[in-house]
Design a protein around this ligand. Structure first.
Ligand code: ZN
Length: 452
């Protein structure tokens, strides 16, 4: 058995691992690199393997940094099955269709610029047609059910509690068991079931996004309400950069609870993201992922103040809305999407608040704002930041350092850990915590291969 770390090793994004075992070449995830130019350039490089010679792919979940290069893989000749849960297939298709659209539009703009300065045009990373080529390759799997890949290779998907459909994956081959944590969620998340505890492995790849941090323990509803009320009293807009999947639905569910309890002032809540609107539809379809509490609520995302804005004209109308309101728009790290337009119209206004509800990767606009950069540069212009900048960490879809250890310590001491999917400090902190409890750990870098 041999593993090669192709992404999310030493960095957070671009999750992808090549596992060679039982005579098969398997990929686990095929994600997009996000963040600064050095990283995003990798998306355009050739794969370090022949896509036609990959037998199958196991997909942990639908986040773009885990599935975002699947259409490129299909375009390069991959013809194997992509095994994942049914909810992940629906979310991945929604997100990849959206991503292909963005790729095509961005490339058109970029090529106009390149032509002006005499450079050759370049092709989009992938197109909507590549996403169509990928679609029939998906095969759905059930959680906790053995997936027979070949005579000697089996896999089993377990709930990771991270986003709808997300899984950790156990692979059994060559007399060994290797576990891919995928992204691990928090215990007690609002909508979906908790991460499952797995009690045996020879090798574990564990994510470390928040390996050095504890989420605030305060009640999610109360903190969100505090920011809603404070901005309302200033007469401003509460702008929430939202990840279209999970975070949006968790915030909607929490707002719906606050409104039903009559704690929220009457003001419109604009859901200004076609992808988030689509993803909310996928959430409604996949109730098998809900926890007991969410299961009991009839329509968890519906309340009268909610205004989904599908088309651009409706979105632009929000700019001229002068009364207090809440705007949820993508993307979550402000690297693109409609949130930038709302910033353009309001980040310079001290009446407004920007509320971050999720992880901001290094190099992203969201991270710059959160770290106090002022003025900021976006859309080729400079903007002074006068809006209040706030963050809530308790909505995170990722386990914190305590949650990671709770999941990790169920493995026997013989298990060898590879710490992935984290920035340097968080990887080092998780390594120290695991070693304190007697586990052996390695922090691999991109391109490393290890024979197991
Ligand atoms: Zn994720």
């Amino acid at each position: 058995m041999k593993i090669t770390f192709l992404g999310a090793a030493g960095v957070v994004t671009g999750s992808s691992y090549l596992l060679e075992a039982g005579g098969l070449r398997m990929l686990v995830d095929c994600g997009l690199f996000q963040g600064d130019k050095d990283l995003t350039r990798k998306n355009y490089e050739e794969f370090p393997f022949d896509a036609r010679k990959i037998d199958l792919l196991l997909l942990t979940h639908a986040h773009i940094d885990h599935c975002g290069l699947l259409p490129k893989l299909a375009a390069k000749g991959f013809k194997g099955r992509v095994y994942t849960t049914s909810a992940t297939i629906d979310l991945a298709m929604a997100i990849l269709e959206d991503s292909a659209n963005i790729q095509e539009q961005d490339t058109k703009k970029e090529n106009e610029r390149r032509m002006r300065i005499g450079l050759e045009p370049r092709s989009p990373l992938y197109t909507k047609d590549d996403v169509k080529t990928l679609k029939p390759l998906f095969s759905s799997v059930e959680w906790n059910t053995e997936l027979k890949i070949s005579k000697s290779v089996k896999a089993r998907f377990r709930r990771a509690g991270h986003i709808l459909g997300a899984s950790s994956i156990e692979v059994f081959a060559d007399g060994k068991k290797i576990v891919f944590s995928g992204d691990l969620g928090q215990f007690g998340a609002p909508i979906i079931k908790d991460p499952e505890i797995i009690d045996d492995a020879d090798y574990v790849l564990i994510e470390s996004t928040y390996g050095n941090m504890l989420h605030e323990k305060a009640d999610r509803e109360e903190i969100l309400l505090k920011h809603i009320l404070e901005t309302y009293e200033k007469g401003g807009k509460l702008m929430i950069p939202c990840f279209a999947i999970e975070r949006t639905q968790e915030i909607l569910y929490t707002m719906s609870n606050l409104i039903k309890a009559k704690k929220c002032p009457k003001q419109p809540v604009f859901l200004d993201s076609p992808l988030a609107i689509k993803a909310t539809g996928v959430f409604k379809k996949h109730k098998e992922c809900y926890n007991e509490k969410a299961m009991k609520v009839a329509d968890i995302f519906n309340f009268s103040q909610l205004k989904p804005t599908q088309d651009v004209k409706e979105s632009m109308k929000i700019n001229s809305y002068d009364d207090p309101c809440i705007i949820m728009a993508g993307d979550g790290m402000c690297t693109g999407g409609r949130i930038r337009h709302h910033f353009k119209h309001g980040i310079w206004n001290k009446k407004n608040t920007v509320l971050f509800v999720g992880y901001q990767a290094e190099g992203t606009l969201g991270r710059h704002i959160l770290e106090g950069e002022n003025p900021i540069r976006m859309m080729g212009m400079e903007f002074v930041v006068k809006a209040d900048i706030r963050k809530i960490t308790s909505f995170s879809a990722h386990a914190d350092s305590e949650g990671l250890m709770r999941w990790a310590r169920s493995f026997p001491k013989k298990a060898k850990f590879f710490i992935i999917h984290g920035e340097n400090d968080s990887q080092a902190a998780l390594k120290a915590n695991l070693e304190k409890e007697g586990y052996s750990c390695k922090i691999p870098m991109i391109g490393d291969s290890v024979t197991l």
